[in-house]
Structures are given as C-alpha cells and as structure tokens.
Design a binder for this molecule. Structure first.
Ligand code: UD1
Length: 417
C-alpha cells in the first residue's frame, strides 16, 4: 500500500494554484444527466471522486471526453440502471444521482452513499424532500428504491440547512411540475455553482446562495455549461499551511469571499497576509494567539477547514477551543496529532488544544478521513524529522496533485510503496 513520506521543517515559498472545488464538481457531474444531449464543465479537478463518478456515468450509458480539465458529457443515450454499490459506496456525493435520476426517470435504485467517517451522516432530509415532491422511498437493506408517478413542485422547509439535501432537492425539482420553494436552504458556494449550471440548461432558479431557493420545473433542459468554482477548502488548507510555514507563499486562483471566515480567524490569531484580487500571499506567523473557533454553516467557519486549523492552534501560545457544530465525530485527526506531540483533548463536540507544542515526526499514522488527512500532512510539514502516513487514498480523493503542488513550493513529500 502506498504511503506518504514527509520531512518537516522547510519554509515553503512560491505559488500554489487552487483547483476546481471537489464538492462542486461532484454535484455538477450528476447534474449533467438533466441535459437531454450534452453539457460541458470546465476546471474539473483530477481527483479520485471524479474518477468514480465517471464510472457511474458509464453505467448509465453516458459517454464523455476529457481534455485537460474540460469535461464534455454526452447524455443522448442515457439509460436508467441501478447504481452498483461498489461505486456508490466510494463517496458521499453518489447521492446526487438520486435527485437527477428521479427527475429524469421517476425511478432510482442506489445503495446508501459512502464518504468520510466523520459522524452518522443520515440522508433523511434528502428523502423527506423527494417525498414532498411526490416520490415514494423504499429501503431494502442498504438499497434505496425511489419511485414517483410524477413530481409536483411544493414548499419544502429543511430542518437543517444541509448542503447535500439542498442540492439534491434542487436537482429533482428541475423536472417537477410547477414551482418548488426550498426554505432554510444551505447557502454554500457549491449550491450557487450547481444553480448556475442548471440555469445554463434552461432551468429557472432564483435565490441560490440565500435561504430561500425557488425552482421552476422545466423538462426540456439541455446544453448546460459551467466552470467549477475554485476549491475554497483546498484554498483554506494551503493558506493555513502558509501561516504555519510559508515564506511569501502565494495561494492563487481562489475567491476570497468564499474563505472570509477563515481569513478573519487567521487575523484573530495574529497571522499577516496580503490579499490580492484572487490571491493571498502569506508567511509563517511568528506569534500565534489562542482562539475560540466554532464551526457553522456557510458563511460561518467551515467544518472542513476545522481539522487543518487545529494544527495551527497546536502552535498557539495558550489554550484554544474548537466547537464542532456540524459533525459529531470530527476530532479523530486531532487525537492522532497527539502521536506527534500535540496536546489535544476532545470532550463531546468541544476540542481543547493547548500550545505551543513542538511536533515531531511519527511513523505509519493511518489517515482517518479526507480533511483529517490534510491536517496530518500540515502537521508533518512543520514537524521535526520524518512522518509517514498510510491510507493516503483518502487524501487523494479530494486534493488534486497535492504531492506535486507541495513539492513545487519546497516541501519534502513523496509517495512511497
Ligand atoms: C457536504 C460536503 C462536506 C461538508 C459538508 C458541510 C460534499 C460531497 N460534502 O457534505 O465536505 O463537510 O457539506 O459543509 O459536498 N444531515 C442530516 N440529514 C440529512 C443531511 C444531513 O442529519 O439528510 C446532517 C449531517 O449528518 C451533518 C450535517 O447535517 O451532521 C451537515 O450535513 P450536510 O450539510 O448535508 O453535508 P453533506 O452534504 O453530507
């Protein structure tokens, strides 16, 4: 099994270019099935999740062409088929095929989606939304069978502003009769990205990016085109890395407004950086102040950046707390940081980090989840000595060319067998 070998202690300098967002792209590919003939998506990241989604497109008889980071999908021969569990279990986002296939065919068979093990992660809000549109949902063991005679637009209130459920209901309702109103919708940029793709196909959607989204059903969608937004979590991860060990490290190709909450927190703890139009230039923060961090739905501090930020707080002078409000089991990587010398203590949904601790390399730490893996990479890059990480597939699922990007700015990191 491949491992990542990382030697810590180098200052990183140069430019890291941000890729297209994983969490947008994984919704845009299933969304392309709403097109009658073809669609085009620019800036698609080369990550494992995309490889698996393309395999699912093949199962559904779609063809595609990839040129660099441009993806053209041909849906002229789209056929409905059960999505095999060995593919759907590879990632969380396979649940978006529920929304699109329900819209197109009024029938879906799919096993429960996989994804990182960071909490229970039920999909009840997705199911409630489909049922409100007129579908019946049957669960047999791990398999969901969703059927509808027709989908009819309605008003849906979401108990929690779930990213996945908002997008999934938006996808299904594009083919519903009349108007669907989603209230307490999630406001993450990924939702705006998907909505702009649906609008380019001919769908009428207003309010994406706010708490109320209105979708006007139309079953003649075609020729969708969009560009994947820059990955705000990848950007946040590398900006945090810059505060840990950058020397005029340029993080380029991001949308600053998408990571405002992270930048504000970085300012709070004493980091200095320069913001240009689509770029942040950051150097190692000499003195890091402790803080209280609380994860929230967008535009609050993103749960996905919480784990990398924890590494920064191990270098703060004093006691910090992190309150995790989105997932119930997202402190596993914080526990693993203890193997490198960090002082972290989790109780319920609150993590206490006591700094400043010098981190030292450790061997064969098993990556627990995608963002936790990124956090361990950051920790290894500032640790004394060498660290090896196992189960690195989880990192490659979501960070495009992470080894190449870090090597280019001076990190000593490589994949070993
Ligand atoms: C998406 C992102 C993930 C990110 C999360 C929050 C993708 C593929 N993943 O995940 O990286 O961490 O948004 O920004 O885009 N919940 C329910 N019932 C539901 C749906 C969600 O209880 O039907 C709960 C979840 O268990 C979780 C919380 O709501 O505790 C947030 O989930 P949600 O916003 O749906 O996240 P995902 O779409 O799964």
């Amino acid at each position: 099994m491949p491992k990542l070998k990382i030697e810590g202690g180098n200052l990183l300098t140069g430019t890291i270019n941000i890729s297209g967002a994983k969490n947008s792209a994984v919704a845009l590919l299933p969304a392309a099935l709403l097109c009658r003939t073809k669609s085009k998506i620019y800036k698609v990241p080369k990550i494992r999740d995309i490889e698996y989604l393309l395999k699912i497109l093949e199962v559904l008889n779609c063809s595609y062409k990839i040129q660099g980071d441009e993806l053209e999908i041909n849906t002229s021969n789209l056929t409905n088929a059960p999505i095999p569990e060995n593919l759907s279990e590879q990632m969380r986002a396979s649940y978006y095929f529920m929304g699109t296939l329900l819209g197109r065919f009024k029938h879906v068979e799919i096993s429960f989606p996989g994804g990182c093990n960071i909490g229970a992660r039920p999909i009840d809000l997705h199911i409630k939304g489909f049922e409100a549109l007129g579908a019946t949902v049957t669960k047999i063991k791990n398999k969901y069978i969703i059927d509808a005679k027709e989908l009819v637009g309605t008003r849906i209130y979401m108990d929690f502003a779930s990213v996945g459920a908002t997008i999934n209901i938006m996808l299904a309702s594009t083919y519903a009769k009349g108007e669907t109103i989603i209230e307490n919708a999630a406001r993450e940029p990924e939702i705006v990205n998907v909505a702009s793709f649906l609008i380019s196909m001919g769908c009428k959607i207003t309010g994406a990016g706010t708490s109320t989204i209105i979708i006007e059903g139309n079953n003649l969608l075609d020729n969708g085109v969009t560009e994947v937004f820059p990955d705000r979590i990848e950007a946040a991860t590398y900006v945090i890395l810059g505060a840990l060990t950058g020397e005029n490290l340029h993080i380029k190709g991001l949308i600053k407004d998408h990571i405002n909450s992270v930048l504000i927190k970085l300012k709070d703890i004493g980091a200095n950086f320069e913001v240009k139009e689509n770029e942040i230039i950051i150097s190692k923060c000499k003195k890091i102040l402790p803080t209280k961090l609380i994860t929230q739905v967008y535009p609050g501090f993103p749960t996905d950046a919480q784990q990398p930020f924890t590494v920064l707080l191990t270098q703060a002078d004093g006691v910090s707390t992190i309150t995790e409000n989105i997932y119930e089991s997202r402190f596993v990587s914080a526990g693993l940081l203890r193997l490198m010398g960090a002082k972290t203590e989790a109780e319920g949904n609150v993590l206490t980090v006591t700094g400043k601790t010098e981190l030292t390399g450790a061997q064969d730490i098993e990556v627990p989840d995608l963002r936790g893996g990124a956090a361990l990479v950051l920790a290894a890059l500032i640790a004394k000595g060498t660290t090896t990480l196992t189960n690195i597939e989880l990192i490659l699922r979501g960070y495009e060319d992470i080894v190449e990007k870090l090597t280019k700015v001076g990190a000593k990191i490589k994949v070993i067998e």
